[in-house]
Design a protein around this ligand. Structure first.
Ligand code: ADP
Ligand code: MG
Length: 448
């Protein structure tokens, strides 16, 4: 005889409920999705809360927008604008402002019959010299193809020697006889990945050009990358510097209100919702992206609940959800060694040690690394990885004094232990069977 186990009973039960639902909704051809489509109480247009949406008016960024426009304006007299280095924390509107000014400049150039083009490169993705040069060439090719029927050589996305790409790019540029403004967004990622050679070549390109002109806008969240630049490159790149300061809570309120008016149906936002989202994001670091995320996710949670209003409670839930999601994202992209260190901590937590020391982590780490055939790192290196995990907010550490034994670092998890465990064991190395065979009792024995 086969007895049903818990899971089987549960799944039978679920099947029955879904079946009932389908019965209930069978009159409508939309079936299961009917209720999600008809109860659209909350959103009028959710898309405007996404990062990709480009508002036409950017409140509280007029001084920065004017500054960029003023520096780029000589392009309309066919002169070379100064290079600009822009920095400020994430979500301070750097990308949005530069794209806005760029579009206006292209429009004005078009009206005046000039070739004036902005190429916007995201260096998080386009992070080698070859790809930067090829991508710039490609966007000129695309524009040129529209305006003339000459055939020319297109630069392939890999394979040529860099010199050849560089000289072909120069030919492309010369043909335009115009001004090209290259925006290197997240420029610190490019420098970190491939050094400053690209910048060195691009900042010198004007001396090789007779008819065309190039200027560069570098955008970064992190100013420390300038330490890695050759002083000549730095001084050329930062002919002009513009800082984007963080938004304060009232400014974030204005930004949110502008979007909320288009995004939400009238009256669905409780009075306190926008100020609370703004205040929370201002506490973070004045990040408009975080503020918009909070508002969007709160709305989505309310919508899914079928509520007819978004309230503070939804914001609280949204905050937890965003934090959990970014934790999962962060842990899942860690290298295997860091995950193994985390795994050791999870085991300690599992055997009841809620607070532990790096010495204990090292001990367990060694056992695991051996079991899954990883190179065993030195205690020093492991301590570094632990500090990194602390900085990322995955664990908490604090230094305590232990009298004559000196000072030691106590490590613990805040919450989220289950979520972290779930992400970590997705790593093929760490879900190996050999790990399952690790003897928990043996570990317990170590800490009796
Ligand atoms: P950064 O490049 O500095 O990280 P973004 O320009 O990408 O920031 O801005 C993040 C998000 O916030 C985008 O969705 C953008 O539209 C929005 N945003 C930023 N500043 C403003 C502003 N002043 N007005 C309206 N929306 C803004
Ligand atoms: Mg940006």
């Amino acid at each position: 005889m086969h007895l049903l186990c818990g899971d089987e009973i549960r799944s039978l039960f679920t099947l029955a409920t879904v079946g009932d639902l389908m019965q209930e909704e069978s009159d409508s051809s939309l079936g299961l999705f009917q209720k999600y489509l008809t109860n659209r109480n909350i959103f009028k247009n959710r898309e405007v809360l996404r990062h990709s949406y480009r508002p036409h008016i950017l409140p509280h960024r007029q001084p920065q927008i004017n500054a960029v426009a003023g520096i780029l304006a000589p392009a309309l007299k066919n002169e070379t604008p100064s290079n600009i280095l822009i920095y400020g924390k994430t979500g301070t509107g750097k990308t949005a402002s530069v794209i806005y000014v760029g579009a206006e400049l292209e429009k004005a150039g078009y009206e005046m019959g000039l070739f004036c083009k902005i190429v916007h490169l995201n260096c998080q993705v386009i992070d080698t010299q070859y790809r930067v040069l090829a991508q710039i060439a490609k966007s000129i090719e695309d524009t040129n193809e529209k305006s003339s029927d000459k055939t020319r050589i297109n630069i392939p996305f890999t394979g040529w020697p860099t010199d050849q790409v560089y000289s072909e790019l120069k030919n492309h540029l010369e043909e335009t006889k115009g001004v090209l403004i290259i925006v290197l967004d997240e420029i610190d990622k490019l420098v970190k990945k491939s050094g400053d050679e690209t910048l060195y070549n691009l900042t010198r390109i004007n001396s090789d050009l007779n008819h065309a002109k190039v200027s560069i806008i570098g955008i970064s969240n992190d100013l420390r990358f300038t330490d890695f630049l050759d002083p000549r490159v730095l001084s050329s790149l930062s002919e002009e510097e513009i800082v984007f300061p963080p938004y304060d809570a009232p400014q974030l309120c204005d930004i949110l209100k502008q979007r909320a008016d288009i995004a939400f149906n009238d009256g669905v936002l409780d009075e306190g919702v926008i100020p609370l989202c703004a205040a929370l994001a201002a506490q973070e670091h004045g990040d408009a992206r975080r503020a918009l995320d909070l508002l969007r996710v709160s709305g989505e949670l309310a919508d899914r609940e079928n509520a007819d209003k978004v309230t503070d409670r939804h914001i609280k839930m949204a905050q937890d959800k965003i934090e959990a999601d970014s934790m999962v994202e962060c842990v899942s992209t860690l290298p295997t060694q860091s995950k193994t260190v985390l795994y050791s901590m999870l085991l300690l937590d599992q055997i009841g040690k809620k607070i532990f020391t790096s010495g204990e982590v090292v001990q367990i780490y060694r056992e695991i690394a051996q079991t899954v055939d990883l190179d065993i790192l030195t205690p020093r290196r492991i301590t570094d990885l632990i500090s990194e995990l602390n900085m990322l907010g995955v664990i908490s550490t604090r230094v305590v004094s232990r009298g004559r034994y000196g000072r030691t670092k106590e490590i613990s998890f805040d919450t989220n232990v289950r979520q972290i465990a779930e992400v970590i064991t997705r790593d093929p190395r760490l879900k190996e069977e050999s790990l399952m065979r690790m003897d928990i009792n043996h570990l317990r024995g170590l800490y009796r």
